[in-house]
Design a protein around this ligand. Sequence first.
Ligand SMILES: NC(=O)c1ccc[n+]([C@@H]2O[C@H](COP(=O)([O-])OP(=O)(O)OC[C@H]3O[C@@H](n4cnc5c(N)ncnc54)[C@H](O)[C@@H]3O)[C@@H](O)[C@H]2O)c1
Ligand SMILES: O=C(O)C(=O)C[C@]1(C(=O)O)C=C[C@@H](O)C=C1
Length: 293
Amino acid sequence: MPLFGTFCVIGPGLIGSSVLRRLRAHPGLVDRLVVADRDPAVLERIRDLDLGDIVTEDMQKAVEDADCVMLCVPVGAIAPVAAAILPHMKPGAILTDVGSTRRSVVEALTPHLRDDIAYVPAHPMAGTEHSGPDAGFATLFEDRWCLLTPSGDAPQASIDRIANFWRAMGARIRIMDPDHHDTICAMVSHLPHLIAFTICGTADTLAEDMRAEVLDFAASGFRDFTRIAASDPTMWRDIFLNNSDALLSVLDRFSQDAAAMAEAIRKGDEKTIVETISRGRRIRRSLIENRQA
Ligand SMILES: NC(=O)c1ccc[n+]([C@@H]2O[C@H](COP(=O)([O-])OP(=O)(O)OC[C@H]3O[C@@H](n4cnc5c(N)ncnc54)[C@H](O)[C@@H]3O)[C@@H](O)[C@H]2O)c1
Ligand SMILES: O=C(O)C(=O)C[C@]1(C(=O)O)C=C[C@@H](O)C=C1
């Protein structure tokens, strides 16, 4: 029994094409794949990669027969795309998205919702610094968390179907409230990206001769730390602007902690320095035990 008859992905970039690859690798999870994007070059790649049964630029047509529509577009595009397709979706279908932020997306999208369409957003905590249809891979979600933030009135049966879908992607499921989601993601995902983008800028604004050396000698420390700074500007602009309160709040806490470490170094306070490093090391090691690193 397939999870869905017709399954539609809008925005088959890194995340969307990884979902499509997984569905192709496990035939029987869905009967038919419909793929839409506004970029003809993306659709051309999807055709070359044979990741869709129907591949079209016409989003309204794409959703007409879909039992589930998954929006994999940047956060700022989710509500406008949802508003454009919702009147064309069939009664009883499920709308989901994979956006990295929740509260502002839900607020912008809710006025467009219909009583006969369940909206069950699900954010896979998995990705890479690469984007586009060539960046995806079928195992991306294996053993990763997928955070579901269904609205209070979403039917339990629809929540279960989306949870089962992500289990079939290989993910582990957690259901949470949108604000809680945004606070957690600000800490574990949005702040690290902000710091990585910024530290590359800091290195780049060093004096000319130093800058060349920074690039020459950026050994594994700088390189590991800044991998995520290679990520897509549109995606991250949208995330920062759509989760600004939670992000600014954790940035403030981080700045206080960095200032405390600076003060310990200034005063030669070995105890605080060692405690801070040991705590960080313990936490990093526990990530590996938790299979998230
Ligand atoms: N990259 C990650 O690590 C990651 C992880 C989890 C969730 N997400 C979320 O998943 C979503 C997609 O991220 P991605 O990394 O796959 O992005 P991507 O850039 O690889 O793909 C996005 C696709 O959306 C299309 N698109 C953009 N605006 C559109 C519009 N208005 N209408 C139709 N198509 C449009 C683009 O042409 C592109 O094909 C984002 O909301 C992002 O926040 C990303
Ligand atoms: O591993 C990466 O490159 C990612 O950026 C993945 C990552 C993250 O920060 O963990 C990025 C954004 C998401 O919404 C979820 C996952």
